[in-house]
Write a protein that binds this ligand. Structure first.
Ligand code: KIV
Ligand code: NA
Length: 266
């Protein structure tokens, strides 16, 4: 059984077929999504918030991304594994980007990398693509720039911002990106970008007209604590389920109900 490739995703856009993407940060979770038929798994630097306990994606390192990416690759057979280039691993320029992307592909076994920015990451995208590394772009809300953006807000509102996003999207496509994530962008603008591009667009908080949709898995499964952003739909209540299991286990131990005879060696 072969893995999903960039050609499969291009063909899906051609046929007008939508597809799902989820994040994954470890082998076991990734194997669940792979078995569920999710075609593309993103080892997102959202791991900073959702897996590693930071309060943004900014502190995530290459070592962490390489370790998680390798685990997700090991846990899957069919999914394309896309690894985020973390903050500071490509901003210096194309050569730095190539060095770090090469690590994620060669060492960790990722099938593609993702980086944030359109025109500002043009030279990086071009060199990676020329070197044979598929690149996914990421526009709209780009969390690695949270300190410059001043928070997690909808991007691309107003004519000028919309024009800039459309220009960035075309720049990413022209540089050779095989797909484009749009995060927290008005639905009308995301639809226009999707129509204007020949590569698939992947929305998160970008309305229903993107070619694909992505969610952070801990949000999707109700594992994340606290208030969810408006664009999240929770398909399970894992945090509650897991907490209940832990409380029940604790009760059993305290009350000597576990281990029972069937769990015991003699
Ligand atoms: O890191 C991440 O999870 C992402 C997605 C939200 C697209 O970049
Ligand atoms: Na990310």
């Amino acid at each position: 059984q072969r893995r999903i490739t960039v050609r499969d995703l291009a063909a899906a856009k051609e046929r007008g077929e939508k597809w799902p993407m989820l994040t994954a940060y470890d082998a076991m979770t990734a194997s669940v999504f792979d078995e569920a038929g999710i075609p593309v798994l993103l080892v997102g630097d959202s791991a900073g918030n959702c897996h590693l306990g930071y309060d943004s994606t900014v502190p995530v390192t290459m070592e962490q991304m390489a370790m998680m990416s390798a685990a997700v690759v090991r846990g899957t057979r069919r999914a394309m594994v896309v690894a985020d280039l973390p903050f500071g691993s490509y901003q210096e320029g194309p050569v730095q980007a190539l060095r770090n992307a090469t690590r994620l592909v060669k060492e960790a076994g990722a099938g593609a990398v993702k980086l944030e920015g359109g025109e500002r990451s043009l030279a990086q995208t071009e060199l990676l693509v020329q070197s044979g590394i598929p690149v996914m772009s990421h526009l709209g809300l780009t969390p690695q720039s949270v300190n410059a953006l001043g928070g997690y807000y909808v991007q691309g509102r107003g004519e000028e911002a919309a024009h800039r996003l459309l220009r960035d999207a075309k720049a990413a496509q022209d540089a050779g990106a095989f797909a484009l994530v749009m995060e927290m962008v008005p639905a009308e603008l995301a639809a226009e970008v999707t129509r204007s591009l020949s590569i698939p667009t992947i929305g998160i908080g970008a309305g229903p007209d993107c070619d694909a949709q992505v969610l952070v898995w801990t949000d999707m499964a109700g594992m994340t604590s606290g208030r969810m952003p408006r664009f999240v739909k929770q398909y399970a209540r894992l945090r509650e389920t897991l907490g209940d299991a832990a409380r029940e286990f604790a009760q059993d131990v305290v009350g000597s109900a576990f281990p029972a005879e069937e769990h015991t060696f003699h």
